[in-house]
Write a protein of this length. Structure first.
Length: 166
């Protein structure tokens, strides 16, 4: 159940564009998990008469095939997301290949719509958004966001995935 929540959170974040990438600043080298990649594979929507279990099995088999062709293994799929969007988000791991080598191989596969490193994102206690620190986001105070952040800033047990094809 926890894995499903993690993958659903990933899908929600996938659907929201990230305007920070368009800021015009030089790209920042971000930390990623070595030997891991996250890919998006077009699956199509499940056909009539196909159970959720059968659809999940089909997705798992396809993900395993794509991962093994690239020299990795499928470590997780998102059948709940794929059943709604037709896109399967797959975590691929390799003990033998670097992330860059794994991405190169995965991107050669025409079934892979996008492939990116499994970036690590850490939250800071105070947002580094210049609009927030400059006081332009008046609504944050109105909704008492700083008070909420003093109450709870989350947990290290919560994971989120951000996928963006650019």
């Amino acid at each position: 159940m926890r894995d499903l929540r993690v993958w659903l959170a990933a899908a929600v974040l996938l659907l929201f564009p990230i305007p920070a990438l368009a800021s015009g600043q030089a790209p920042v080298e971000r930390e990623h998990v070595p030997g891991e990649a996250i890919i998006v594979v077009e699956t199509g929507l499940p056909g009539k008469g196909l159970s959720a279990q059968q659809f999940g099995g089909m997705l798992s088999a396809a993900a395993a095939d794509i991962a093994s062709q690239a020299g990795g293994r499928s470590a997780g799929i998102t059948s709940a997301i794929a059943s709604v969007t037709g896109k399967n988000i797959v975590l691929v791991k390799s003990a033998e290949k670097t992330t860059e080598e794994l991405l190169t191989e995965l991107r050669k596969n025409p079934a892979v719509q996008s492939a990116a490193p499994n970036y690590r994102i850490r939250l800071s206690r105070t947002p580094d958004d210049p609009y927030y620190t400059g006081g332009q986001l008046w609504g944050m105070t109105a909704i008492k966001a700083p008070t909420a952040w003093d109450t709870s800033v989350g947990s290290k047990n919560v994971f989120a995935v951000v996928l963006d094809t650019g």
